[in-house]
Design a protein around this ligand. Sequence first.
Ligand SMILES: [Zn+2]
Length: 477
Amino acid sequence: MKKMFLALLLLALPAPSQPPQAARPLVLAHVTVLDMTGAGARPDMAVLISGDRIAGLGPSDGFRVPQDAQVIDAAGKFLIPGLWDMHVHWLHKDYLPLFLANGVTGVRIMWGDAMHHEWRREIEQGTLRGPRLAIGSPIVDGSPPIWPGSTPVKDAAEGRQFVIQQKQQGADFIKVYSRLSRDAYFAIADEAKKQGLPFAGHVPDSVSVMEASDAGQKSIEHLTGVLAACSTREEELRKGRDAAWSKGPTGQPVFNRAAARPLTRLALDTFSAEKANALFARFVRNHTWQCPTLTVLRNMAFIQDPAIRNDPRVKYMPPDIAATWDPAGDFRLKDRTEEDVALQQETYRKLKDLIRPMRRAGVDFLAGTDVLNPYCFPGFSLHDELTLLVEAGLTPLEALQAATINPARYLGKDKDLGTVEKGKLADLVLLEANPLDDIGNTKKIAAVVFGGKLLAKAELQKMLADLEAPAKKEGGR
Ligand SMILES: [Zn+2]
């Protein structure tokens, strides 16, 4: 009778006899830790994860493993912090697991809105599977704005108002864009400082890169304006580019490609190493971060390359997004002449060549891809970016730091994120091979830990398979 009573009681209660899985500590044993602080590789370590934090780490030999811990033998494997993609646009909630499945445990949203703040709450509550989010304001641009839906501001007053309103709405930073007027831009810079909000994005055509750096722009995306800023004819280039924009019959912005073509040629032909060095020194002095997004720059320049157009990872994309990647429908790509394409490719190579000297001068980098742009894939492409950064002359360690400790420092979250150290949040990627030997090894993911929860390889594969299937079966949704 007593037994019966107990059984009924257990049925009525929400299973108190089985603690939730996350409560059980996790130990990764015999793993090589690449902690990203700049210290060397530490072989045969044990890492204890308790709750959502790294509770301890030390040599496996003699490591005190809690009795109830789940122990994973990670001999021959390598542990790095969770990766961040620092330049992301994304609108499909269902596809957020693509980031985690690729070891991308955090992203910076470069055009934020209310939906992203909702996602963040759900992710933090554990009801939605997705990466940590740093969320920007909507794009603030000049009038007319380049992208429909961004916020155009006509003058300084509107610029200030935008910043104040975004502060109230919880944006983590202000995203500035190419067509802002000087007055609006500097007002945004000043108000952002007053409101304690960083501002980041494109350097507008109306402003020089040095001025943007001096004004405190926290990061420059896509190396916007950098080539012109390294030219002995900088003023002329900037004013010419500004003048290449006009307002079309329905008020839309129109870019005069024919007028811009000789300017790009001139920028390439008048490159000055002296001006470049002065610019890089200014970035270092002002601590202006660079997020070059080589992935999108390469994809746009080489979109006709079958290796890009036939990328098999398209199968993971929502069909409506894949459809927008056809260059025939992209205003930035469809009217290019052969000469334009060649110039764009030469510009890409030149910008890529600047990364190594910039780094040697002490400039700090962020790894970002521009997900949502053609063939920039959630999660997957961050690994492409790391490879491109190494091709450009960063060491594998520097490239990895651009996706781990640097984002944490940039976001002011280095107490909690960015390295494999005791006390940090347990966002980790376990790799089958050493990424310092070959940066491509970041793709060989054995497991991901997100907020202390283990996502084993089978789970990661299932997350991918689940997203591949509906896209194929429904053929459009
Ligand atoms: Zn972007």
